[in-house]
Design a binder for this molecule. Sequence first.
Ligand code: GDP
Length: 164
Amino acid sequence: MPLPTVAIIGRPNVGKSTLFNRLVGKRLALVDDRPGVTRDRREGDAKLVGLEFRVIDTAGFEDEDPQSLPGRMRQQTEAAVREADAALFLVDAREGLTPLDEEIGRWLRVETTPVIVVANKAEGRSADSCICEAFKLGLGEPIAVSAGSRPSRGRTEICSVPRA
Ligand code: GDP
């Protein structure tokens, strides 16, 4: 039976690849480098608190204008989310919500795929207000993580992320 799939989405630089690497580690299973595919799509298997699932990293689909949601990013992100059993929507807990986060959030609210909002870079108290702000996305309670920190330094263990 195929593993359930979880797509990591969000605007550029919020930490999608970092989270993917933390979840998948060395278990990277497939890099799609078929000719004609606009960008490699990284997928790999993760095991966390007894759950096994396949993770899809959508980082790199957004190499056009970072202030807007360009066509190719939208298409690739939409495809990844629609194919997935759940989506992790990453925002940057240090920067707070941007117009692009809000645009992605508006789109996700009308999609049927279950979404978990993940406020990354949440190490340190300065992130608190941004974590609260992520409630405004209307997609449920955000989970604060620090994908880039070692567990001992991070405020939240990475294993608190996917409950899908
Ligand atoms: P992507 O464009 O969304 O895939 O983002 P990346 O994974 O490339 O990360 C963008 C930047 O954020 C890099 O410099 C990472 O080292 C940094 N980063 C990722 N996670 C964290 C984190 O938990 N805390 C901090 N402070 N930086 C992070």
